[in-house]
Design a protein around this ligand. Structure first.
Ligand code: FE2
Ligand code: FE2
Length: 285
């Protein structure tokens, strides 16, 4: 089973430019998933779907998702608005006022969390949501689980974006997942970069964005002294393809070139066949 993840598309960043860069970059990712060799079984859009949480941007997103040949599941990020999202996507599951749900898949439960607190840039996970997560995990201790959440529950060293690693919301989340070995992976977004880490021993994969990328600079930032450093850069849009093999999740990432397909430097022809044959022989032992 292939689970595609696109995150942080930030549709509507350019209010006056309907075909703006963020729309083009998301379009490239959707086209690749639909027309490329790795058509997913489902697509997870893990929050910051829009820049301003406005109805026009959700409508634009809905039009882009309308003709896809696989189901799409939406989550909220700090740039989203739950009510506006539900108005445009009435099938989005709401539970206790949050966009949180369990997706039963073959041999896997995908649990989507809501880490939005309106007006706040960083994550949030209140006692109600923590209890909801605990209840879902306790309801089935056997079937493997993958948790998806917009905000990663760690600080990663990107100083200007990091939250407090000791924040209460992170402690609530960590406590809720502790002692549940059925959790095989946590998927997140929000940081606009590809990052791997772990949370209480569970692998954490942070998906790169389709919207422009956060520059990789791990030096401290001074909120009182802008130093001219690069903050947002034009690295390629990208998405993740998570391959569930019944026991573990294997995450692949694909970068999208601007407009044109990547140049093919070698194709599968008879010259390449020697290497293909060699590896096939080795695999068979
Ligand atoms: Fe974002
Ligand atoms: Fe975000």
């Amino acid at each position: 089973m292939l689970i595609a993840q696109i995150t942080d598309c930030h549709i509507g960043f350019f209010r006056s430019d309907v075909g703006g860069a963020n729309t083009r970059r998301l379009r490239a990712a959707l086209d690749r998933l639909r027309d490329g060799p790795n058509r997913p079984d489902l697509l997870l859009l893990s929050g910051d779907l829009t820049e301003f949480g406005d109805a026009a941007s959700y409508a634009r997103l809905a039009a882009m998702l309308a003709d896809l040949p696989f189901p799409v599941h939406l989550m909220v990020g700090n740039h989203d608005d739950r009510d506006a999202l539900q108005a445009t996507f009435p099938d989005t599951p709401f539970d206790q006022g949050f966009v949180q749900y369990v997706l039963p898949l073959p041999g896997l439960r995908l649990i989507a969390l809501d880490t939005l607190e309106p007006g706040r840039h960083g994550g949030a996970f209140c006692a109600e949501r923590a209890q909801w997560l605990s209840d879902q995990l306790d309801a089935d201790l056997v079937t493997p689980v993958v948790i998806a959440m917009h905000h990663p529950p760690i600080a990663v060293g990107l100083d200007w974006l990091d939250g407090d690693a000791d924040a209460a919301w992170i402690a609530r989340f960590t406590k809720a997942i502790a002692g549940h070995p059925q959790i095989r992976a946590i998927l997140a977004g929000h940081l606009h970069r590809t990052i791997h880490a772990s949370v209480v021993g569970v692998p954490l994969t942070i998906c790169p964005s389709t919207a422009p990328t956060v520059a990789l600079n791990l030096t401290p930032v001074d909120p009182e002294r802008p130093d001219g450093r690069a903050m947002i850069i034009d690295e390629p849009a990208a998405f993740a393809l998570h391959r569930w093999e019944g026991e573990r999740l294997i995450s692949h990432f694909e970068n999208l070139s601007a407009g044109q397909p990547w140049a093919v430097l070698a194709g599968y022809d008879t010259a390449f066949q020697d290497l293909v044959r060699l590896n096939a022989r080795e695999r068979r032992g």
